[in-house]
Design a protein around this ligand. Structure first.
Ligand code: GTP
Ligand code: MG
Length: 235
């Protein structure tokens, strides 16, 4: 029988993390496939992904020719998923900030009827481990801003750990080109909500990566502030 759920993992230089992450995710979620979307990682993550795909028919790889950021990588993965008729599609980082053991809870909530399930860091029972004070500050400020502009009922607007049902995912693609950086996550959640789909948050423990390097850059803060404002005005 075909798997119902696809876990999408975007990668850029994740050689140390990829194999354990794939193994643990497939073990955690039996009824699933996993798609690695690699942007020609110089460290050979793409070749390692091909090896894993050769060993398991549950693992798939999408190679992209250059680093374009998270949004375009996810949109390519979303299109791949919709063409293959998966019922639920998950966004998950490759750095173990999102625990593979949380995957079944996200999928169960989607199968219980939520169109978008957010693995949330900002509701009771959730926690962030290993962040320096300025990461807390930046994330808190971004979320306060997004809540003020777009709605207080969502607490974690910038979470990158999400499970979409396919109709909600189609709505995200229909909303147009992906935004840059963390605004991509805000855009996706806003697009789903404003089209009338239901959003549920589940508490997760988020852990800072221990292997590999962060790709996040904070030099586009002004652009992000503006982008969330235009989401409010134009969706
Ligand atoms: N395909 C692709 N994946 C990317 C790109 N940038 C980041 N990623 C992946 O996206 C995920 C999140 O990236 P991180 O560097 O961990 O960013 P983050 O989790 O927001 O930041 P940290 O908390 O500092 O780790 C990881 O799996 C990265 O390998 C990109 O340009 N293309
Ligand atoms: Mg990370």
């Amino acid at each position: 029988m075909n798997a119902r759920t696809l876990v999408i993992v975007p990668t850029y230089n994740e050689r140390e993390n990829l194999e354990p992450l794939v193994t643990q995710s497939l073990a955690a979620l039996h009824d699933s496939d996993l798609l690695v979307v690699d942007d020609a990682s110089p460290d050979g993550t793409g070749a390692l992904a091909d090896e894993l795909a050769a060993r398991s028919d549950r693992v798939h790889v999408l190679h992209r020719s250059r680093k374009e950021g998270l949004g375009p990588a996810y949109h390519a993965g979303f299109r791949w998923a919709l063409e293959r008729r998966y019922d639920e599609v998950i966004e998950m980082d490759c750095d173990f900030s999102h625990a593979p053991s949380d995957l079944p809870r996200l999928v169960d909530a989607a199968r219980d009827g939520a169109d978008l399930v957010i693995g949330s860091r900002y509701i009771p029972g959730a926690r962030i481990e290993g962040w320096p004070w300025y990461r807390h500050l930046l994330s808190a400020a971004a979320n306060l801003y997004a809540r003020t502009l777009l709605g207080r009922s969502v607490r974690d607007w910038t979470s990158g750990f999400k499970c979409f049902r396919r109709a909600a995912l189609q709505a995200v693609l229909d909303a147009g080109a992906p935004a840059n950086g963390y605004v991509f996550q805000v855009q996706g959640t806003h697009g789903v909500r404003r089209r009338g789909y239901s959003v549920v948050e589940l508490p997760v423990v988020f852990r800072e990566r221990t292997q590999g390097e962060s790709k996040v850059r904070y030099n586009s803060t002004v652009e992000a502030i503006w982008a969330v404002w235009t989401l409010r005005r134009h969706g």
